[in-house]
Ligand binder design. Sequence first.
Ligand SMILES: Nc1ncnc2c1ncn2[C@@H]1O[C@H](COP(=O)(O)OP(=O)(O)O)[C@@H](O)[C@H]1O
Ligand SMILES: [Mg+2]
Length: 321
Amino acid sequence: MSTLTARFGPDASASGPAGGPSAATPVVGRAHEVEMLDAALESGAHVVLEGPPGTGKTTLLRSVADRAHVPFVFVEGNAELTPARLVGHFDPAQVLDRGYGPETFVDGPLAEALRSGALLYVEEVNRIPEETLNVLLTVMSEGELHVPRLGRIGAGPGFRLVAAMNPFDAVGTARISSAIYDRVCRITMGYQTAADEDTVVGLRAPAVPDGWRSRAVELVRSTREHPDVRIGSSVRGAIDLVRITATLSHRRGVDVVDWRAGLDAALVALSGRIRLQESCTRSAEQVVRELYESVFGAEPDADDTDRDDADPAGGDAPGGA
Ligand SMILES: Nc1ncnc2c1ncn2[C@@H]1O[C@H](COP(=O)(O)OP(=O)(O)O)[C@@H](O)[C@H]1O
Ligand SMILES: [Mg+2]
């Protein structure tokens, strides 16, 4: 296992938008999480990254794998991920011709990751079926896999499982806890600071005036605090909000900071991303509009705006008064 030291080297200093050695997957901030992930993997541990969607779990892992120059195998966890899909299967036509053996076995992502000593990244691990989870548990405990009629597949020296899960996901999170937690180390990923989220949006969305982008981020962050909202939007909502505003204002021939374009973009980018409390009688659009007005102010007088289209102000706002 000592060979890993060289592969997971201690150059874990990816902070700042262009700070990491790998320009392909820059991680904004997260210096502590990067350090802990590097250390855990280097010491031979398997890891679960736990946090709500959009908190940079995939980005973080890709960046660590890039810098360590280890192969990376990605699996989307869902109810259809059967053991055969994860491990691999015998090709029925080939088996008829040539029988069972290594040459008729088609590697799935787990077999591939084991053989090549890769990082196996399983997204939404809480959603995979019980029997697939058991395969992962066995591999983590024993460092190898036994496939009937094929035999043993041992883990190459760099093999690690990194699982991601959203602790607030309604699907299967309780089931996971006792089984997996004893075999993995856990790194929690919360929402980042406003300044870091602002930088992330700056990297992922077209240029807009800095002050406006900061307010767009503030709006998205305020969805996480609103009493009527059970689950707010991640930074993905802010990225979409800025992208759509830029496109929409261009199409309408208005300034990018146009109040109406921003509201329309916010409704589209955020209303589906927020989950309201059961007790809330208002619509998601109404809540988004309220938050938008509290950050960007009330709608300017129609006379003051220089919009080109002829929509009466507020006429198409689902949450309009
Ligand atoms: N710290 C970060 N640095 C750079 N980009 C980030 C960061 N956090 C989130 N992002 C961006 O936000 C989006 C969601 O991140 P992602 O890693 O897919 O989140 P998760 O896997 O937790 O759902 C992506 O577009 C990603 O580029
Ligand atoms: Mg992800």
